[in-house]
Design a protein around this ligand. Structure first.
Ligand code: PGA
Ligand code: ZN
Length: 425
């Protein structure tokens, strides 16, 4: 049973305030979790509570922290930490709003995940194993950023994430080694193009490119230069994050200053997937543009993973709507987009029920919290997206996955290509 729930303000990877929750059970077990924060957020997401005003650029979380002490802690006291569904129902009912803005999704997600950690600790089990509950689960396939762009890099490229996937790596450990080789090779190629100017928000190389195509060419060359075969063992994965490029009335590619309607945007993205070794794309259209998503799906959905992020916002009802529209064949799952562990799990199970791929994902603002490595494994999602191959808030998750894979020993089953929806795989 829950004895105490505390919260404190910590700092995230962008140097912004965030909420940590700490849950102590009567038996002494403790669970802790820290809320992440997005930059390219969807309009249908649960919203963080920020203090506003001038301190910390208005990003303070003093009110969210105070809400944990004043309202959440008394409501959860005495509850069974193993009943995550009841905990999360209590949290959402207490908040009482559709977007969790009253108590703050940052307060709710930190508490919800901290309760989960405390329950696993009470059983003396690592979180992934507690979640698996005796079922056989796979080690997820990582999706790792090489260049950052879009809202994470001063909009130097239109596309937000240029990532790689190695579904034939055979193990998580090997997939990371391959990524390291590609990341270094990409850095050398970037240097040859001009002065390297650091890294973007999630640690990928800062994109010194004059076109989206130049970025795609460079990434393909980096895979080759690292000694791998693009489109055979190492593939490109893109997060277009098209919500940042337009809406149902049209899109604008800033790099070559072109405006286009949804149909032309779909053609653009479809063209990229035909010219480059692309296995996965995320958000090729904006959050309410199911029609353009469906156009992309009809053209390439049987060979390319089409992930919904801002269109789905980890919401089971929106997954159902997107499935009806034929808008995606995979779902991005970010717990803080919906606010509680239970609702995120429901969205993931809705995706699984449609035979979709499932990608548990970090946000662009992160911390040393490694909960998502455990969720991806314990929920048998098959895929994990964390950001780049630098910066400790990213490496903490990859390193935790290495520990989990080691713990599984001979039982470790790398998801590889089995992570994709049936036609893609
Ligand atoms: P965000 O970006 O965390 O800034 O929303 C991540 C993503 O779009 O997948
Ligand atoms: Zn995204």
């Amino acid at each position: 049973r829950i004895a105490t729930v505390l919260a404190r303000q910590l700092w995230d990877s962008r140097g912004r305030p965030t909420v940590e929750a700490e849950v102590r059970l009567e038996g002494g077990a403790v669970g802790r979790a820290i809320a992440p924060a997005g930059a390219s957020r969807g309009a249908h997401e649960a919203v963080d509570l920020r203090d506003g005003g001038t301190a910390f650029g208005g990003m303070g979380v003093a009110k969210a922290v105070a809400n944990v002490a004043a309202e959440i802690a008394p409501a959860l006291a005495g509850m069974d930490a193993r009943d995550q569904a009841a905990i999360d129902r209590t949290l959402t009912a207490l908040d009482g709003t559709a977007n969790k803005g009253r108590l703050g999704a940052n307060a709710l997600v930190a508490v919800s995940m901290a309760v989960l950690h405390a329950a696993a600790a009470a059983e003396g089990a690592p979180l992934w194993r507690y979640l698996a509950g005796g079922r056989k689960v796979r080690v997820p396939l990582p999706e790792i950023q090489i260049f950052g762009g879009g809202a994470h890099a001063g909009r130097r490229t239109d596309i937000q994430d240029f990532m790689v996937m190695a579904p034939r790596a055979g193990s998580f450990r090997r997939a990371l080694e391959i990524t390291d080789e590609v990341y270094r090779a990409a850095g050398r190629l970037m240097e040859a193009l001009g002065p390297l100017s650091g890294v973007a928000d999630e640690g990928g190389w800062w994109p010194n490119f004059s076109s989206n195509e130049q970025a795609l060419d460079t990434l393909t060359k980096a895979i080759e230069a690292a000694g791998h075969r693009p489109g055979e063992d190492v593939f490109i994965s893109l997060d277009i994050a098209a919500n940042e490029l337009g809406d149902t009335t049209g899109y604008r590619l800033a790099l070559d200053d072109r405006r286009m309607d949804g149909a032309a945007m779909a053609e653009e993205v479809i063209g990229w997937t035909r010219r480059y070794p692309i296995l996965s794309i995320e958000d090729p259209a904006s959050q309410d543009d199911f029609a353009t998503m469906a156009t992309v799906m009809r053209a390439i959905g049987d060979t390319v993973q089409v992930i919904g992020d801002d269109v789905l916002v980890t919401n089971a009802a929106r997954v159902a709507g997107a499935a009806e529209a034929g808008a995606c064949n995979a779902a991005l799952i970010k717990v803080n987009q919906v606010g509680t562990v239970t609702e995120a799990h429901e969205a993931l199970e809705a995706a699984r029920a449609h035979g979709w791929g499932m990608v548990v994902s970090a946000r662009s603002g992160e911390t040393e919290d490694v909960t998502i490595a455990h969720l991806s494994t314990g929920w048998d999602a098959g895929q994990l997206k964390v950001g780049s191959f630098t910066r400790s808030e990213r490496m903490a998750k990859w390193n935790e996955m290495l520990r989990i894979e080691e713990e599984m020993g001979n039982d470790a089953d790398f998801a590889g290509a089995s992570a994709f929806a049936a036609p893609v795989a």
